[in-house]
Ligand binder design. Sequence first.
Ligand code: BGC
Length: 507
Amino acid sequence: MSAVIPASSSSEAPPPTGKTKPIVYFIGLTAALAGLLFGLDVGVISGANEFIQKDFGVDDRMVEKIVSSLLWGAVFGVLISGFFSLRLGRRGTILISAIIFAVGSVLCSAAPSAGALIAARFFLGIAVGMASFVAPLYLSEIAPRSVRGALIAMYQLMITIGIVLAFLSDTFFSTYANLQPLATEISQSLSSLAGGRGQMVMHAYFIMPWRWMIGIIAVPALLMFLGMLFLPESPRWLVLKKRGPKALAVLRRLASSEAEADRELAEIEASLKMEQKGFSLFRDNRNFRRAVFLGVGLQVIQQFTGINVIMYYAPRILQEAGFNTTAEQMWGTVLIGTINVLATFIAIAFVDRLGRKPMMFAGFVVMGLGMLSLGALFHLGIGAHGGGGLTMSYLAVAALVVFIIGFAMSAGPIIWILCAEIFPLAGRDFGITCSTVTNWAANAIVGMTFLTMLNTLGPGNTFLLYGALNAVFIVFFLTLVPETKGVSLESIEEKLLAGTPLKNIGR
Ligand code: BGC
């Protein structure tokens, strides 16, 4: 999820007054499907893990590899996105990512071994990474200024909705769907091709809930592909490729008046005069390097809050906390995903009113308390064998919910917002690539170490450690992070490049 904001969004010109055309919302919804797919692929694995582990008979180390292979794929996906989105356009790149989403989902669901699943998830991750870079870029470039913020926020919300939908679909396939009759029918109709033994193998394939959980994601991927076929290319990219008349035609379709379309075109042309310097700026300009390190640091912090430990392993954590049935674990996970969606609205409502820093401060305190309480509960004796009783188990759910509220109202959306605000225009693409890659790499490290931590340190110490990290991050915030509420991007840029301490480049 990267909110790449083009130069024109920081313009101080008055917002257009005309009514927003329905096509703008259609575009927003279709492109935001990329966010939904991103969320579906992030969320789906938590419910699938247990079944995959049993099906392939693999240990926790292998599960960590299966979880994190998608995240390393995403790192690669972000790295190649800049190239594709410049050459083929934003729309073209989203179309390619939709194809990889669909094919990757099918490949994952058909994987014959854990190794093949790791490879297929890496491939699928390329789509997740590409979508996390290109979809917000496309949205921010195509939306008229009056609804630009809303469309980017909608994209971010879609990620959390994708996660909870994946949790729900996992719950359905693991606890309620009786796959037996369907599996029998499919394998019988395929038996003429495969013979008796083949029929048995195929039956085993089709009855596995995890294969359905993951495979079903090909459907929204195809929907996004079809929807995108009807959408126009980003006008900003068209101008970049010297196709001004085409860009104007697109802008006229979208803008509420011809005058507004003309003005947007002029703004795009003006902003594109600023050459993207990227790496040379990083090499030569110490002040730009500071911003890149801040962006990278913010993303490391977002991931080391421990959010994805919960996103990927919630059912396992709930099991450790004493919930022994799959249904209990799955519904607990759905609860956590739902709270994640709802609490995101707190950030949307207050981030521009109260400011980034107070929200972040409050969020990190809440997250720290959540994680520390969870760690303490494990030390007090909740456990998979019923130790500590039901009350303790429910308290553990409450601690998880507290943590999620803290994350969704702060680090979840606000770190992406900050990363879109702190880079000077000439290095914005480079800066956002670095911070987004860091997000996925840190995400992968968390995903591939959690079960090992659980097995070596024990759940109590693992969560205490994450709690302590959240407390340390508060210090980072107070000393290094600027307050950017209501400040124009130009002013942030001017102060950063003049050498003002990072903490003061905002207000
Ligand atoms: C993070 C993801 C996380 C999601 C949870 C995003 O802001 O970047 O790693 O899975 O929030 O809602």
